[in-house]
Design a protein around this ligand. Structure first.
Ligand SMILES: Nc1ncnc2c1ncn2[C@@H]1O[C@H](COP(=O)(O)OP(=O)(O)OP(=O)(O)O)[C@@H](O)[C@H]1O
Length: 308
């Protein structure tokens, strides 16, 4: 029985085939969104490359809200429709889910080599069934997860990226950059997605924005302006994760994911400065372990789980 699985973000789309409930590692393919007019074209190309396998079910994780069998990417003009995908793939069953929800489903099954431990914390045995995935990529979103003893998962859908930036982070930016410039950082996503890092660097250095990965590369090469921006950005991510830790009490673990999330792993000292900054209720972030999802296929595993 073949399944088509997909993880579609604002920049990249990853597709794979699973057979007998196991992802075929050879089939995993990454496509750049810029190279296609719409998602249906990505599916057509992928199925051609895979010699048109007979697909029985489909699960696509989309970086945007999902409702009534339809979805739309927040950071690219692509839409998704369950019925259209069923006709395109000839599948009996098509499921659309949010991409962070897919990561939430994957949490219990992430193999040890699929995550890196960024911060250990004493396990709170009574409360360690709650986890949180924080995705920082082209967009920003979270998924709160509750795990049952039998290995089941409840993954809660959210649109955290479009909440207002917490006031303490906004005030910090206003102190550093001036009130006028700080207004550019209105939402959580505008601050913590890749374009937030670009915008922060441009504001600090009074220059044109450059890509987040180029700032990361410059920081690794020791460029002082990039190092300073990166340190500040990681501290702000720490402040945001402190807020999220209090919202969701993820004492099993807070899992960073996404292209920008992966780069925070190099900056844990700066992150911790923000994460543990506030004395009030500090025991909650103190008791929250932090992990990094390194497995590029994690959302695809979550799709597989959601189908079974
Ligand atoms: N090393 C890096 N350091 C910082 N940012 C990076 C790095 N590599 C990629 N990025 C940024 O990560 C973002 C892409 O993230 P990701 O690879 O998670 O894509 P995506 O799945 O399409 O995103 P999303 O699911 O949020 O829509 C881009 O904004 C890119 O500039």
């Amino acid at each position: 029985m073949a399944m088509l699985l997909g993880d579609v973000g604002g920049t990249n789309a990853r597709l794979a085939i699973a057979r007998d409930h196991v992802i075929d590692g050879q089939s995993v393919t990454r496509f750049r969104g810029d190279d296609f007019a719409g998602f249906d074209d990505v599916v057509r190309r992928f199925l051609q490359e895979q010699d048109q396998p007979h697909i029985e079910s489909v699960c696509i994780a989309v970086a945007g809200p999902v409702s009534g069998g339809k979805a739309r990417l927040t950071n690219r003009d692509w839409d998704f429709d369950q019925d259209r995908l069923a006709r395109l793939t000839d599948a009996d069953r098509v499921l659309l889910i949010n991409d962070l929800t897919a990561l939430g489903h994957a949490i219990p099954s992430l193999r040890e080599d699929g995550v890196a431990v960024l911060r250990t914390a004493p396990a709170d045995r009574a409360r360690n069934d709650q986890a949180l995935v924080v995705g920082l990529g082209t967009g920003f979103n979270v998924c709160a997860v509750r795990m049952s003893a039998g290995g089941g998962v409840t993954a809660m859908e959210a649109e955290e990226g479009h909440t207002n930036l917490p006031a303490n982070i906004h005030l910090r930016l206003a102190d550093l950059l001036g009130a006028q410039t700080a207004r550019q950082f209105a939402s959580t996503e505008e601050t913590f997605a890749g374009r937030g890092l670009s915008r922060l660097h441009a504001a600090r250095t009074a220059s044109d924005p450059i890509r987040a990965e180029d700032i990361a590369r410059a920081a690794r090469a020791g460029d002082p302006a990039a190092v300073a921006t990166y340190g500040l950005f990681a501290e702000l991510v720490g402040l945001m994760c402190r807020e999220l830790a209090l919202h969701f009490m993820p004492l099993e673990g807070l899992y960073l994911a996404g292209g920008v999330g992966r780069s925070i792993a190099d900056r844990m000292q700066d992150f911790q400065r923000g994460f543990l900054a506030q004395p009030f209720m500090r025991h909650i972030p103190e008791n929250t372990p932090i992990f990094l999802i390194r497995d590029d296929m994690a959302a695809l595993h979550g799709c597989l789980k959601a189908l079974t």
